[in-house]
Design a protein around this ligand. Structure first.
Ligand SMILES: C[S@@+](CC[C@H](N)C(=O)[O-])C[C@H]1O[C@@H](n2cnc3c(N)ncnc32)[C@H](O)[C@@H]1O
Length: 245
């Protein structure tokens, strides 16, 4: 079932996840792509959501932004009018063209089985030109996941959002964990409460490296600077996957 955050709660998305918080991280990915690919010009993002990466990546690349949620793509179109937008599932999308770079940021966490993760990695391979490279940036890995809570609070005009995000793992023997979001949403004098459960994949570094190699890409890893999020069970390890030239 699609999380409410990418459906009926989409009008609240920007208050939860501010565009400016993505600039530093995107600058790091641009630098890595520039070091890995000869004269990169085009970039495909799978699971681009509200376009919070796209807006920074588009300063360097001609970007095609894709997502499974039309309301999320609509948010992205507002801030990225020059980018191409395509509705599609990262497991099955086939655009019939190749790019210099592919990014799958936090949206990759919605791959909850090895079969789904492999399908998304295959989509990246199929959209890379020889000599191109992909970056896969899961929020966490099996090795560093830990249960915990985060509080998000932001106000914007007449609207205020308070959110508790609680990561936990109902069954440590499978490849999933969940994040329970408890939203309190205030619009003027109106207050509503929503519980939204997100089921995410939880794979070890070895599984990631094996699946990336399985689809024909050459894996390596690099470190990103996570700032304040470094201690919250997120991984700073990011996968770089090159398509042989
Ligand atoms: C956390 S949001 C991404 C936010 C994005 N990084 C941004 O900064 O705006 C995760 C996105 O993954 C998308 N998504 C989930 N499953 C997907 C799939 N199978 N294919 C493509 N997109 C997917 C959701 O619709 C959502 O927009």
């Amino acid at each position: 079932m699609r999380p409410a955050l990418y459906g009926e709660l989409t009008p609240w998305y920007r208050i939860l996840d501010a565009t400016e918080d993505h600039e530093d991280e995107c600058d790091q990915y641009i630098e890595v792509f520039e070091g890995a690919i000869a004269a990169p010009r085009t970039l495909l993002e799978l699971g681009a959501g509200a376009g919070n990466n796209g807006i920074w990546l588009a300063r360097r690349f001609a970007c095609t932004l894709t997502d499974i949620s039309e309301p999320m793509l609509a948010l992205s179109r507002e801030i990225n009018p020059a980018c191409e937008h395509v509705l599609g599932d990262m497991r099955s999308l086939r655009l019939g063209k190749a790019f210099d770079a592919v990014l799958v940021h936090d949206a990759i966490v919605y791959m909850t089985t090895e079969m789904d993760l492999r399908a998304a990695l295959r989509t990246a391979f199929d959209h890379l030109r020889p000599g191109g490279a992909a970056i896969f940036a899961p929020d966490t890995l099996r090795e560093c996941f830990r249960e915990g809570t985060e509080v998000h609070e932001r106000d914007e005009g007449s609207r205020s959002l308070r959110c508790l995000a609680w990561d936990w793992d109902p069954d440590p023997t499978d490849d999933e964990h969940v994040t329970e979001y408890a939203f309190l949403l205030r619009d003027g004098a109106r207050m509503s409460a929503v519980h939204d459960r997100h089921v995410s994949g939880l794979f070890s570094r070895a599984t990631w490296l094996r699946l990336i190699a399985d689809v024909g890409l050459t894996p390596s890893t690099f470190r990103r600077d996570l700032g304040d999020a470094a201690d919250a069970g997120y991984t700073d390890e990011v996968f770089l996957a090159r398509r042989p030239g």
